[in-house]
Ligand binder design. Structure first.
Ligand SMILES: [Mg+2]
Length: 232
């Protein structure tokens, strides 16, 4: 089981030395809405200056890769669209590469997803509705692209060839970011600027359930900015 250790002092420096790549969730980690978390851009930029590879993995399906690249740069993060993995582009990749889809798509989703599909598959038709309703109507189980599913991370590994033993996932949600990290066999950091709390992590850690132990992060920080001194 993961240890849920506070990441500060020498432990922070030791951990960063053991990493080649850091994968960040965005909302609640690097920004909240349109306000950046203080120090987050400085951390991401400094990590890259020190030769670390940085990626962004988000369940937000309302933005394309290019739109995410624009948002990152607008908030002071030195990052390009090739570093971003979101549900919209990865769903398009899934349909093209895994489902080997030919023909048209009935789209239930955002304009960004429509754009990514048009770029990668074929013109989609239709919009609006919910996964559960589609599952009920079709009597099939949906394939989930977003976290805690592993497909987006697998896209990242395939495209950039990262070493799992030297990669960490940084997120604010135990049930998506941290669980995905566990599902992928990589270390994780919970940051407390977003949805999940340390008390929730501790409750999972103290439970007898192996399933709940997957929701326990390796480390936690109050904010990603807490990692800055480890880079000095
Ligand atoms: Mg988040």
């Amino acid at each position: 089981m993961a240890t849920c250790l506070p990441l500060s002092g020498a432990l922070g420096s030791e951990l960063l030395a053991s990493l080649d790549a850091l994968v960040f969730d965005c909302d609640g980690v690097l920004w909240k809405g349109d306000s950046p978390i203080p120090g987050a851009a400085q951390l991401v930029n400094r990590l890259q200056e020190r030769g670390k590879r940085v990626f962004f993995l988000t369940n937000n399906s309302t933005k394309s890769r290019r739109m995410y690249g624009d948002k990152l740069r607008g908030l002071g993060f030195a990052a390009g669209p090739e570093q971003v993995f979101g549900t919209a582009p990865c769903a398009a990749l899934y349909l093209r590469q895994e489902a080997r889809l030919c023909g048209s798509v009935y789209l239930i989703g955002s304009a960004a997803l429509r754009g990514e599909l048009q770029a990668q598959v074929s013109p989609p038709t239709g919009t609006g509705c919910l996964v559960k309703a589609v599952e009920a109507a079709t009597n099939r189980t949906a394939h989930v692209i977003g976290k805690p599913g592993t497909f987006m991370f697998e896209c990242l590994v395939k495209e950039h060839g990262v070493d799992l033993s030297r990669t960490i996932m940084v997120g604010d949600r135990l049930d998506t970011d941290i669980l995905m990290g566990s599902n992928c066999g990589i270390r994780t950091i919970l940051t407390l600027t977003g949805v999940s709390t340390l008390e929730e992590a501790r409750a999972h850690q103290e439970s007898d359930s192996a399933e709940r132990h997957k929701l326990v992060p390796s480390y936690y920080v109050n904010s990603v900015a807490d990692l800055l001194p480890a880079l000095d």
